[in-house]
Design a protein around this ligand. Structure first.
Ligand code: SF4
Length: 227
């Protein structure tokens, strides 16, 4: 098991303005810049991951690190894969504490979105770290409960967390009985090597999702049902 607790991310005001669709609103630059600078000093990025072996592939289940996961899409994506990297990442609790201390709703919203950008940067850092350290080539990732997929339910967060033991003691992320991660700006999933780039968005038909990374592909979604 590996813990990364000195992840060097840096939030950039222009990037945050773009994510917030505020590139044209120069009047918001100063307020966003101040929040970005503040976030840069209080975000504490951490990641934990484990190189795990894939075993016992069945129709809708696959064992990872000796733990059974139920997901046909995951099983299909891992059909030719022997090693994967379950992970949990977080920006830490300090930014959420800061959000709670604000009574300005707009600033709360901006800082919340800045937290999402920070989490994305941590995810990118971990992906590049794994590709470099383990010579993985191209990777893709999946997350329990992602999108409108009933395929890999959010309840399987419990199995994912069980691969690491006491995650709260290790990197400060707690899984509540209602399967919420605390701090909220945390993410758990599995990175795996892949020849063809995969994102859950390709098989998620949810409309008007501002996080969508790829168009819905009905044929691809159907192909997972028949494999
Ligand atoms: S489109 Fe992508 S980001 Fe949006 S809910 Fe579906 S899987 Fe998630």
């Amino acid at each position: 098991m590996e813990i990364l607790d000195a992840i060097p991310i840096h939030l950039d005001t222009e990037q945050v303005l773009k994510e917030l669709h505020l590139n044209e609103r120069r009047d918001q630059f100063d307020v966003v810049h101040k929040l970005v600078e503040s976030a840069n000093s209080i975000v504490h990025p951490k990641a934990i991951y484990e190189m795990s072996y894939v075993d016992n592939k069945n129709e809708d289940t696959v064992d990872i690190g000796g733990i059974r996961f139920t997901s046909r899409v995951l099983r299909v994506n891992l059909d030719k894969v022997g090693k994967v990297f379950p992970f949990i990442i977080t920006i830490g609790k300090e930014l959420e504490d800061r959000i709670a201390s604000f009574d300005n709703l707009l600033e709360q919203y901006y800082l919340d979105e800045i937290g999402n950008v920070a989490l994305g940067l941590i995810g990118n850092y971990l992906k590049e770290h794994l590709e470099r350290e383990y010579r993985m080539g191209q990777t893709s990732s999946m997350y329990p409960g992602m999108g409108d997929l009933q395929d890999w339910p959010i309840t399987q967060q419990t199995q994912l967390f069980s691969l690491f033991g006491n995650v709260e003691a290790l990197i400060g992320v707690k899984l509540t009985p209602s399967l919420l991660m605390i701090p909220r700006k945390s993410e758990s999933g599995i990175y795996f090597p892949t020849e063809v780039k995969f994102t859950s968005c390709q098989i998620c038909s949810r409309e008007r999702c501002k996080e969508r990374q790829a168009p819905y592909d009905e044929d691809l979604a159907e192909s997972y049902r028949s494999k």
